[in-house]
Ligand binder design. Structure first.
Ligand code: PGA
Length: 252
């Protein structure tokens, strides 16, 4: 059965002491819960990853990075590689977030290389896809998402693809307070699963976790996660408060 996952994307937020407090608080709250069927992933900024993996050793959550370089080592000042992340027990990496596509010009080709780099270092990509508002208004949202998957993900072998988590994040919903309705989310998630079925077959498609992201919070998570093809969420703003984030984690 495919996994239910809630991942927190902290983006560029929190001081070191505040980050440590938030992670410890989330770990405490998760520990006090009896049953635990969902995977929780925290993706703090690079510089807090070691602290996060230290706390994660005695907790139920996993740690992810928010980005990585497509090369494993070398003269790339300021960059962080998948091999470096793997050496710090980081298990996941967000790849293709719309903020990186837009602000840092990350295109399909580069993202395919990043996905490859993650996998060759045993890091599981959380691959983001999603359309901007103008594309949805023009009725091009399915085509845009299909293209993103085709160009950066569908070159993978079955064994590689098994490691991938997909996050559908309509760009117009990110940080705006306007989430996709559960119906719209379900429609796109079902479409993505259909594309995976066509490419990799029914078994792999049914085992792939597809997360929803974009203004998902403690008030709307339950309805979104109750959709048959929505397997959890990639949470931005609402992952920065322990109470709210843990409520989302338990919204299945
Ligand atoms: P948001 O961000 O939850 O703040 O909308 C989600 C994301 O960018 O992953």
């Amino acid at each position: 059965m495919r996994k239910k996952i809630v991942a927190g994307n902290w983006k560029m937020n929190k001081s070191f002491p505040d980050a440590e407090e938030l992670i410890a608080e989330i770990a405490d709250k998760l520990e006090s819960m009896d049953t635990f069927h969902q995977d929780v992933i925290l993706c703090p900024p690079y510089v807090y990853l070691e602290m996060a993996t230290d706390i994660a050793e005695d907790s139920v959550f996993s740690v992810g990075a928010q980005n990585m370089n497509e090369n494993d080592t070398g003269a790339y000042t300021g960059e962080i590689s998948g091999s470096m992340l793997a050496s710090m027990d980081v298990e996941y990496c967000i790849i293709g977030h719309s903020e990186r596509r837009k602000n840092y010009g990350e295109d399909h080709t580069l993202l395919a290389k990043k996905v490859n780099a993650a996998l060759r270092n045993n890091i599981r990509p959380i691959f983001c896809c999603g359309e901007v508002l103008a594309e949805r208004e023009a009725g091009r949202h399915f085509e845009v998402v299909r293209n993103q998957l085709d160009e950066s993900l569908f070159h993978l072998t079955d064994e590689q693809f098994e490691q991938v988590v997909i996050a559908y994040e309509p760009v117009w919903a990110i940080g705006t307070g306007i989430n996709a309705t559960p119906m719209l989310a379900q429609e796109m998630h079902a479409y993505i699963r259909k594309l995976i079925t066509l490419k990799y077959g029914e078994t792999l498609a049914s085992e792939t976790s597809i997360l929803y992201g974009g203004s998902c919070n403690a008030s709307n998570a339950r309805e979104l996660f109750s959709q048959p093809d929505v397997d959890g969420g990639l949470i931005g703003g609402a992952s920065l408060k322990a109470d709210e984030f843990v409520k989302i984690v338990t919204s299945f």
